[in-house]
Design a protein around this ligand. Structure first.
Ligand SMILES: *[C@@H]1O[C@H](CO)[C@@H](O)[C@H](O)[C@H]1NC(C)=O
Ligand SMILES: *[C@@H]1O[C@H](CO)[C@@H](O)[C@H](O)[C@H]1NC(C)=O
Ligand SMILES: *[C@@H]1O[C@H](CO)[C@@H](O)[C@H](O)[C@H]1NC(C)=O
Length: 221
């Protein structure tokens, strides 16, 4: 009895979820203290496989991960594969943490500069409940919808049908990047996995610029 209590006290098990995006680099938000020895392992059906080792403040890749993890003070993957999904175990000194990694697959949208862009996002909705969704980019809220407080009337533009797509009227070069669409519960907390849309904004072609110039000239006095 006392023994098991001690074990519980020593191994504070915590759980956390991380959702890297396929093809991106990724830094684990979890880390050991600078002076702690540590290990990151991957739980596989046949046992635990070493991923990286922490010594004197630096993470070094284990055998199977040589070209995939950079020597760094954090656990930094150069590029995320789909099969990186799974359960990892982070050991720092006597602490242990299980981390569920779920790789998100982005939906690609490519538009030319100045064109409109639609970033798709659909969630199941039930008409009686509050429906709310949030778009984020670089951890910043880009747009938020709540069917109760939304003055623009969700029914009219399809949100109650489950369509939470984000529409950009004129894409600018700096709009490119990964956008995350989260469903929210009544308390405004994120619920379930987000949809990810990778927006690429291409430079307007020479042809187009020429055509535009011509058109503008025609419009002139
Ligand atoms: C995942 O896929 C990569 C690329 O094919 C391969 O090198 C790696 O061994 C795979 N990892 C696992 C855990 O299966
Ligand atoms: C999306 O674009 C990436 C390159 O940025 C590419 O590797 C990937 O295959 C594309 N995905 C789809 C579904 O077309
Ligand atoms: C919202 O849309 C519905 C259906 O189009 C309409 O009946 C209702 O009056 C609208 N409500 C507001 C506040 O505009």
């Amino acid at each position: 009895m006392l023994g098991s209590l001690l074990v519980v006290a020593v191994f504070t098990r915590l759980s956390a979820d991380v959702q890297p995006v396929l093809g991106n680099s990724f830094t684990f938000p979890q880390n050991c203290k600078n002076d702690e020895e540590g290990k990151l392992l991957r739980a596989e059906p046949h046992g635990e496989v070493e991923v990286a080792v922490h010594q004197r403040g630096v993470w070094a890749p284990a055998r199977g991960y040589r070209h995939r993890i950079l020597q760094s003070s954090s656990i930094l993957f150069r590029r995320i594969f789909y099969n990186d999904s799974g359960v990892y175990v982070l050991r720092c000194g006597s602490r242990e943490m299980r981390i569920q990694v779920k790789v998100l697959v982005p939906f690609n949208v490519t538009v030319k500069e100045g064109e409109k862009a639609t970033l798709p996002c659909y969630f199941p909705t039930t008409s009686k409940k509050t429906v709310s969704a949030r778009w984020e980019m670089n951890q910043q809220v880009v747009f938020e919808w709540n069917s109760c407080t939304d003055k623009s009337n969700g029914t009219a533009d399809g949100r109650l049908s489950g369509d939470f797509s984000l529409k950009l009227r004129q894409a600018r070069k700096e709009d490119h990047g990964d956008y995350f669409c989260y469903k929210q519960n009544e308390d405004g907390e994120k619920e379930g996995d987000p949809s990810v849309v990778r927006l690429k904004v291409k430079k307007r072609g020479r042809d187009q610029q020429r055509r535009r110039r011509k058109r503008d000239n025609r419009r002139g006095p």
